[in-house]
Design a protein around this ligand. Structure first.
Ligand code: ZN
Ligand code: ZN
Length: 350
């Protein structure tokens, strides 16, 4: 097969991904072999490619928002390995020809105290698609059958791809704001950074009845899209929204946004950090956090998050805005992501 392989991490401007022939992957026990139709690009791919995340497999094929078709199934799993993890909803077994989505969480151990308490996103021995195992910047990939998602029929392949990380992480970030408990109707939510995750999260938040205040740079792309998707107010990256917020989510990987976001939330409010990597957080006066404000990160997602999100996305329905690049042009796509030049979500497609 053809794949975009990363021999060694380097700035994306130097085009570190190589489009080349590699051996077809083979489905192991409990795995499915999947023909990739589309694969979303994510800031985490950029962190892998540029080495901001430590090297866990080399060379590696990045990509963890895969929409594809099951080609074949490997032999039955030989016990253990997390196959009985509690978050797996009962459903029909996978079949050849079925369309599925593959996300960041490739596998969990099923045995650690996090896996056994419904917190598999915090597993101590996980694998991640496109980082510790090969991902979807390729014509074929393999995935654990119990970690793939059936996809709602209403989404085309390219439209569904950004749901698989940007969408799921946005959903989990919304969950961690605490607004599920306090009530979404009339809640004031801030979103800092308006890329792929933000443009899905705003649709969920508005669907639940919240007002959304968006702080983002780039007037022509991100700010315009936020306004189009119904933001109550749109400002620059660290601009102070006109009202006190109940919660805020920072999707931009910029630590300096934390103090202004804490300043924008009211007493008792929360600031949720959506990225896997962020530049250092600056020192700040304790007053910014005092008043029972909460600052927390989001780490990965559970399969339950994924299934719950896809059901809500289909119900609304969420409409993704995508910019499509040929599969072999991952360098160019990631460069565009780095340069803030993508409106909505970037997707590689066959
Ligand atoms: Zn575990
Ligand atoms: Zn991602």
């Amino acid at each position: 097969m053809k794949a975009c392989v990363l021999p060694r991490a380097a700035p994306v401007e130097s085009a570190p991904l190589v489009w080349q022939d590699v051996a077809d992957p083979v489905a192991g026990p409990g795995e499915a072999l999947i023909r990739v139709r589309a694969c979303g690009i994510c800031r985490t791919d950029l962190h892998v490619v540029e080495g901001e995340l430590p090297v866990r497999r080399s060379p590696v094929i990045p990509g963890h928002q895969i929409v594809g078709e099951v080609v074949a199934l490997g032999p039955a799993p030989n016990g253990g390995g997390g196959a009985a993890a509690p978050a797996r909803p009962a459903g029909p077994p996978l079949a050849a020809g079925q369309r599925v989505g593959v996300a960041w969480l490739h596998r969990t151990c099923g045995r650690c105290r996090f896996c056994r308490s419904g917190r598999e996103n915090l597993c101590t021995d996980p694998d991640f698609t496109g980082w510790t195992v090969d991902g979807g910047f390729a014509e074929l990939c393999t995935a654990r059958a119990d970690f793939v998602y059936p996809l709602p029929a209403g989404f085309g392949d390219r439209d569904a791809a950004p749901l698989l990380c940007a969408g799921i992480i946005g959903f989990r970030a919304l969950r961690l704001t605490g607004l599920d408990q306090r009530g979404w109707a009339g809640a004031r939510l801030g979103i800092y950074g308006f890329g792929a995750a933000g443009h899905v999260a705003i649709q969920l938040a508005r669907g639940r009845g919240a007002e959304v205040y968006v702080c983002t740079r780039d007037r022509t792309r991100h700010q315009a899209l936020a306004a189009e998707l119904g933001a109550t107010w749109v400002g620059d990256a660290a601009e102070r929204p006109p009202v006190a917020l109940d919660a805020a989510i920072i999707f931009a990987p910029a630590g300096p946004l934390v103090p202004p976001a804490l300043e924008a939330v009211d007493r008792g409010g929360s600031v949720v950090l959506g990225g896997i990597h962020m530049s250092p957080l600056p020192e700040m006066p304790y007053d910014r956090l005092y008043g029972e404000r909460v600052l927390r990160s989001v780490a990965n997602n559970t399969r339950e998050d994924g299934h719950d999100f896809l059901a809500e996305a289909a119900r609304l329905p969420v409409r993704t805005h995508t910019e499509v690049f040929p599969l072999g042009e991952a360098n160019r796509a990631l460069r565009a992501l780095k340069d803030d030049a993508i409106r909505g979500a970037g997707v590689l497609a066959i």
